[in-house]
Design a protein around this ligand. Structure first.
Ligand code: IPD
Ligand code: CA
Ligand code: CA
Length: 270
């Protein structure tokens, strides 16, 4: 299943890269839940490629993929949780930063996760109990979270929910506080790739409100298997349907400090 998922992520990534070459910036999209929740033809094509391949290979498995899912997260023994294009806003504007996210959950727990950046050709994968790995240029190496132990020396990443224009609970207070307590906060526009960066030790932590299971399932396993820690804002262990996420290198001076900063920022506002 691992090589199947890796091959599928690469095929979907190649399709996205092809669409990206042809795209005209800012013209080729419609909107979904809000004016900043974009949909392109590439999202739909990648969704079809991935879901058809899984149906053909594992007809008894269930699929929860962003562009074809209807309803809430299904309870299933084997569930593929897919984001066929993570970073659609980048993609629609021709920013070269987006990815494919494929996870397989067993009774609700991700056991396999693949995150692929088709432009850098960095492929991150993790399997429960087998560590987290980066394949690039025909080579593969294990990845580990960083060892930086203080928030003040950490580089972070985050993103903002699709209802940010109308909902005051939009992560700006948390961003304001954490930008000033860290080396800075990156906001690249792909939660999937930002989580893979935590696993690879490129950055120390990532936080985000109201992520969807397809944004976070593969990254949760990558960070766990790379030695990090993933919780909700209140410190409870993260689950597929959790409303909030903090993923870090697991150092208390980073993880706990982020939880405390988020709590203080939210208390001041809500
Ligand atoms: C989005 C990206 C973004 C995050 C948003 C997600 P999409 O996913 O991961 O970084 O901040 O909340 O919805 O729409 O590009 O698949
Ligand atoms: Ca996404
Ligand atoms: Ca998506």
């Amino acid at each position: 299943m691992r090589e199947f998922a890796i091959d599928l992520a690469r095929r979907a990534g190649a399709l996205l890269a092809e669409y990206h070459q042809r795209a005209v910036a800012g013209h080729d999209f419609s909107t979904k839940s809000s004016p900043v929740d974009l949909l392109t033809a590439a999202d739909v094509a990648s969704d079809a490629l991935i879901t058809e391949a899984i149906h053909a290979a594992f007809p008894e498995h269930s699929i929860y993929s962003e562009e074809s899912a209807t309803g809430p997260l299904p309870a299933a023994e084997w569930l593929w949780v897919i984001d066929p294009l993570d970073g659609t806003s980048n993609f629609a504007h021709r920013v070269p930063f987006f990815g494919v996210n494929i996870a397989l959950a067993h009774y609700g727990m991700p056991v396999l996760g693949v995150t692929y950046d088709p432009l850098s050709e960095q492929l991150f994968w993790a399997e429960q109990g087998h560590g987290a790995w980066l394949r690039q240029n025909g080579r593969e190496r294990p990845i580990h979270v960083s060892t930086i132990a203080e928030l003040s020396r950490s580089l972070l990443a985050t993103g903002f929910p699709a209802d940010r224009r109308t909902n005051p609970d939009n992560n700006l207070a948390e961003f304001n506080a954490l930008e000033r307590r860290s080396h800075g906060v990156r906001r690249q526009g792909s939660a999937a790739l930002e989580l893979a960066w935590v696993a690879a030790g490129f950055i120390e932590a990532f936080w985000h409100p109201r992520l969807k299971p397809w944004d976070a399932a593969a990254g949760w396993l990558l960070v766990q298997e790379a030695g990090g820690c993933v919780t909700e804002y209140d410190g409870r262990p993260w689950r597929l349907d959790s409303p909030t996420m903090v993923a870090s290198n697991g150092q208390p001076g980073v993880h706990e400090a982020i939880l405390e900063t988020i709590a203080a920022a939210r208390k001041a506002i809500f």
